[in-house]
Write a protein that binds this ligand. Sequence first.
Ligand code: GYE
Length: 335
Amino acid sequence: MKKFLLSAIFISLAALSFIGCDKKSDSTVKTQGTDSRHTIKVGYVQVGHESAWRNANTLSFKSTFTADSGYEFLFVDADGSQKVQFDAIRNFIAQNVDYIVLAPVVETGWDDILKEVREAGIPVILSDRQIKVSDESLYLCWVGADFLQEGKNAVKWLTAYLENKNLGTEEINIVHLQGTMGASAQVGRTQGLMDGIASYPNWNLAAQKSGNFTTEGGKKAMQEIIKSVGINKINVLYSENDDMTLGAIEAIKEAGKVPGDDIIIISFDAVYKAFMKIITGEINCECECNPLHGPRVGEIIRTLESGKPVEKIQYVNESVFDHTNAQAVMLTRRY
Ligand code: GYE
């Protein structure tokens, strides 16, 4: 039955900009909540536990897909390995889950494994990062952030900030800490910066290094950059997540400079610790990335279970924070 349903999904995808599946035709209708007649088995393959963002994302899923809400939740932390993600997916197939939710480590390399999932007739919901596949119908839908837009938000903020300080035409040396290479969060945020550098002739890319989205990686990469570029030459740090930024801030302080003052610091995610740094002036700008995808994926599954269509691509709205607006939001930030 599942296979039949999945073919129906793929056919409707060709004709519509949204997709759905009519599980009502299945004799075992499943609904979420206390009146559920059937437990829904969901397998979630997570990227890892590299950052505060990631841990908040894991918690968001674990608190959404509870037994009380009618779910059996299978969770795998892939510790940054795509190979482990493949193994987890095969295991979910063997366990005959109803849905596979995938937060892919990197964008590429998913065609073959997703064909295996299609063979098994299991719908795939992508969450957080995106993938590049030859056939978009290999996954049902995706929910997450627009990483290129986040990068554009950062560039827009920096442009206004420099103009405000009468530095709009000065030479600006930017140091760029990248996340895990090939992850769509890295690809989009990097593209945003590259577009900015291309459009401002006075902006220079002084150095670029991956810190793999971790505090340790960010500190090490920043120390190496300081050594090769020289701390006095650095005007801006553009760091693709908060964990790396916290590490880089330590490196900047150890080199005798004041983060947020001697060096303008732009970071991504906007977790609680980063809000604290805005308040103390050590981070100038936070481009928000929202990790609370559990309820969003729950909603998608509920919709599918009721036989209704879901949108193929769902972007989450996000903000930009600096000293002008951080205080109020920080009080409600739980991650
Ligand atoms: O920014 C970073 C993390 O994919 C959006 O992954 C996510 C990124 C997030 O580890 O902190």
